[in-house]
Design a protein around this ligand. Structure first.
Ligand SMILES: [Zn+2]
Length: 309
């Protein structure tokens, strides 16, 4: 069976009962998702940027397995992975305890940002910045942000974050004969990221701990510990990895993310005028890289002033 194109994703079969939903580059999903038959019940892993993406993942589950999802899991709190939860009402949502806490803490601020007038204002500002010209990298980043803003504005209903209502800390074996697990190795891309691990098939849905083709965002987590988490993921010996963004990969995707993180950390340690390390030079001139290096610089300075190594 080949890939199946649906409104927000192309679903790629990775094994019997396992579909990787790869987000369309110009669509509203933004992040990749998974639809996995756990044995008796289907699960949706990560739900995209708007409620309609959640609804379309439900349809994808029915089309693939003849059953609607009975569980949702979120890899982390970032809105492009969680706002689609709203389109999957009435079923349990699993996430790490910290993912739930962050979404609850930030819910009213997020709702204020998602207010229609605020979104329209934000869109105008982003389009004006994009049209001012600049490097190709900056243009690409602004195009991406404009696309997110347009997707939110086009949503059919007011959007409010729906946090996970079931939590775990480090390991949860999901119900069903597949023996699928949610695992968390602590802080990395965010305070507590989760991955979906299918031990029988050695398939890993990695969320944004692994990203390809776009830069990961360092601004919500612990960059050095992210490297340690990547080592843990590699120790699982996955044969296929579905990254949070980008095409299906294998352990090479872990290494690519590792090289990027090391490059950002070494740029953050170097004098500001020093040339960028080779691993991140191709990202030069982008807003994400500047943001990531400056976050890493502040983060390392804070660690030093608190006396940590
Ligand atoms: Zn993220």
């Amino acid at each position: 069976m080949g890939p199946v194109r649906r409104p927000h994703h192309t679903f790629q079969p990775l094994a019997e009962g396992v579909r990787a939903g790869i987000a369309h580059p110009s669509g509203a999903a933004i992040c990749n998702s998974g639809v996995v038959d756990l044995g008796e019940t289907p699960l949706v892993f990560d739900t995209g940027m708007i409620p309609d993406v959640g609804r379309s993942l439900r349809e994808a589950s029915i089309a693939a397995f003849g059953r609607a999802p009975a569980l949702v899991a979120n890899s982390h709190w970032h809105l492009d992975h969680t706002l689609g939860n709203q389109g999957l009402p009435g079923i349990p949502i699993w996430g790490t305890r910290r993912t739930r806490e962050i979404l609850l803490e930030q819910r009213s601020a997020i709702e204020a940002d998602l207010d229609r007038a605020g979104l329209e204002r934000g869109l105008q500002e982003l389009e004006a910045r994009r049209d001012q010209g600049g490097s190709e990298g900056v243009f690409r980043d602004l195009e991406f942000l404009v696309r997110i803003q347009r997707a939110l504005l086009a949503a059919a209903e007011p959007i409010s974050p729906t946090p996970p209502d079931r939590t775990f800390d480090s390991r949860l074996v999901l119900p069903g004969s597949r023996g699928a697990e949610l695992r968390s190795f602590g802080s990395g891309h965010t305070d507590a990221d989760a991955v979906l691990w299918l031990p029988g098939e050695r398939i890993l849905f990695a969320g944004d701990l692994v990203v390809l083709g776009v830069q990961g965002s360092l601004g919500s987590g612990d960059p050095p510990h992210w490297l340690a988490v990547l080592d843990e993921l590699e120790r699982l010996r996955p044969e296929a990895i579905v990254p949070g963004h980008g095409p299906v990969t294998d352990v090479a995707g872990i290494d690519e993310t590792r090289q990027y993180l090391r490059g950002v950390l070494s740029a953050a340690e170097a004098p500001r005028a020093a040339p960028l390390p080779a691993a991140i030079r191709r990202w030069e001139g982008s807003l994400s890289l500047e943001g990531n290096v400056s976050f890493a610089r502040d983060w390392l300075a804070k660690q030093r002033s608190s006396g940590r190594p």
